[in-house]
Design a protein around this ligand. Structure first.
Ligand SMILES: Cc1cc2nc3c(=O)[nH]c(=O)nc-3n(C[C@H](O)[C@H](O)[C@H](O)COP(=O)(O)OP(=O)(O)OC[C@H]3O[C@@H](n4cnc5c(N)ncnc54)[C@H](O)[C@@H]3O)c2cc1C
Length: 454
């Protein structure tokens, strides 16, 4: 068995970004209207919509380089589902609020296009219908219940087909009539690009893919050109402390203080900084909104033949929410200096975070071999086992217990805002969050939402 033990982690998205320029750390005390911490997709989208919808000055502070966090180390899939069933979110917050949250994520496809157009981004964005494979009545019922919530809330349900050979066909409750179609098993195979007849049902929805890292790098470049008098970016600047007072906020980094009217945390939720009120008491979010992240692992390989872009996921647990990670495969056109090629990315395994995350560390133990054995057949069954991968990488996934990101102002401390706490789906949700923060900072009173900090 190959072990791949000494192959360093390397992300295909960071490989497409410009080489690092000279560091630009914070070198003196400063003042601004809005300090944003974190220059990933959440921070840069927040800066974009704040600058666009207000006259405020914005200072964006990054401890590393732009888009070198999760934004440069994901699957780059454009998708808008919650990693918790929508009906469950509706049970907690009500149907209207759950659907409004879903609508916000769905609309972020348009916001991405708007950001790309205004910033003159050259990033390739591909869109297509993606598919998820299911094999048990439990899977199907979870997604059909989500479909009911969507329908009740006025959103189009996702397309769902069930194989005429599914042994649970007769057990599907009547309340789901009209939310799925029965099709030959051959159609299931075709949609999922598999010969594995365990899969008996497919859920399909609008998906897409893009290099989030390159997109963010280009958007940041645009903001610096478009707003030279109101926007400033510093990197290599670790924010250590944020002190939120009644009249202002002080952000402490590299021995300097940034005094701001507001601060927006776009850190993906991992805290290597403290947030205090002016009496020195920590300001924390509700337990369900605290990040308990994991490390997500991915690999990618170039295909010999050009193939159409696709996004496919395959549930592997009998009951949704079980321990076996689902597999996700994203196939895309990847631009290289020598021409475009098809790059297929595969992911699924997640490990708990033990000790500091080291970005270029090789995969732990036999993980890459295990992925090669168990996940590669979903991605490309014709690819022989044991070949080296063109890329393998990992990144921090900011899961929260509540599985709903946090967007908005702290209820007791309105100068402190958040756009964070994504999970494995954060590309479009971060953009939605950026737009919402921009609206709040422009003085709009937004209605209560499932994303409200608690
Ligand atoms: C393996 C993997 C696969 C994924 N696949 C997908 C996918 O296909 N589709 C999808 O939608 N989402 C996916 N995601 C999730 C998505 O990548 C994230 O939700 C999104 O990138 C988060 O963006 P962000 O800006 O919040 O975080 P980040 O990109 O991590 O940015 C946060 C930034 O804050 C900075 N920061 C943190 N603390 C401080 C501090 N104290 N001072 C200064 N700076 C600080 C960090 O250095 C970092 O640059 C995936 C994630 C992983 C790890």
């Amino acid at each position: 068995m190959p072990t791949y033990a000494d192959q360093p982690s390397r992300s295909p998205w960071i490989a497409q970004m410009a080489p690092d320029g000279p560091p630009r750390p914070l070198s003196a005390d400063a003042s601004t209207d809005v300090a944003i911490v974190g220059a990933g997709i959440a921070g840069v989208s927040t800066a974009f919509f704040t600058l666009r919808s207000t006259d405020l000055r914005v200072l964006l502070i990054e401890r590393d380089r732009v888009a070198h966090g999760a934004t440069g180390r994901n699957a780059g899939q454009l998708t808008t589902y919650f990693e918790r069933p929508l009906y469950d979110i509706a049970d907690e917050f009500g149907i209207e609020a759950a659907v409004e949250g879903q609508r916000g994520f769905d609309e972020a496809h348009d916001l991405l296009d708007l950001m790309a157009a205004e910033s003159g981004s050259t990033v390739r964005v591909e869109r297509f219908v993606g598919h998820m494979g299911m094999f048990s009545l439990n899977h199907l019922q979870v997604h059909l219940r989500n479909g009911l919530v969507r329908r009740k809330g006025g959103l189009k349900p996702e397309e769902c087909v069930v194989s005429e050979d599914a042994d649970f066909l007769d057990q599907i409750p009547g309340e789901f009539a009209g939310l799925y179609q029965v099709v030959p098993q051959a159609r299931i195979r075709e949609l999922l690009e598999t010969t594995d007849d365990r899969y008996r049902a497919v859920l399909s929805d609008l998906k897409g893919c893009a290099n989030a890292g390159l997109f963010v790098e280009q958007a940041l470049d645009y903001l610096e050109r478009a707003y030279p008098d109101r926007f400033r970016y510093v990197d290599h600047t670790l924010v250590e402390r944020v002190v939120v007072g009644d009249d202002s906020v002080v952000v402490e980094a590299l021995g300097h203080c940034v005094t701001a009217a507001r601060v927006v945390l776009c850190t993906n939720g991992f805290t290597d900084h403290v947030v205090l009120d002016d009496s020195g008491a920590p300001i924390v979010l509700h337990q369900r909104q605290q990040v308990v992240g994991t490390i997500g692992f991915m690999t990618a390989f170039f295909e010999d033949q050009p193939r159409t872009p696709a996004a496919m996921s395959y549930i592997r647990n009998t009951t949704i929410g079980g321990d076996v990670p689902y597999v996700y495969v994203t196939r895309r056109t990847y631009d290289r200096p020598e021409g475009a090629a098809t790059l297929t990315c595969m992911g699924g395994p997640e490990w708990p975070i033990e000790g500091p995350w080291v970005r270029d560390a090789p995969f732990p133990g036999p993980l890459l071999s295990t992925m090669d054995e168990l996940i590669r057949p979903f991605a490309q069954p014709a690819r022989p086992p044991g070949l080296p991968y063109d890329f393998q990488w990992h990144g921090l996934m900011g899961y929260m217990d509540g599985r709903v990101r946090v967007i908005g102002a702290h209820p007791g401390r309105p100068r402190l805002l958040y756009n964070l706490g994504c999970n494995g789906v954060g590309f479009l949700p971060s953009i939605h969050g950026g737009r919402q923060i921009g609206r709040i900072l422009a003085g709009e009173a937004l209605p209560p939402s499932i994303f409200d900090p608690r």
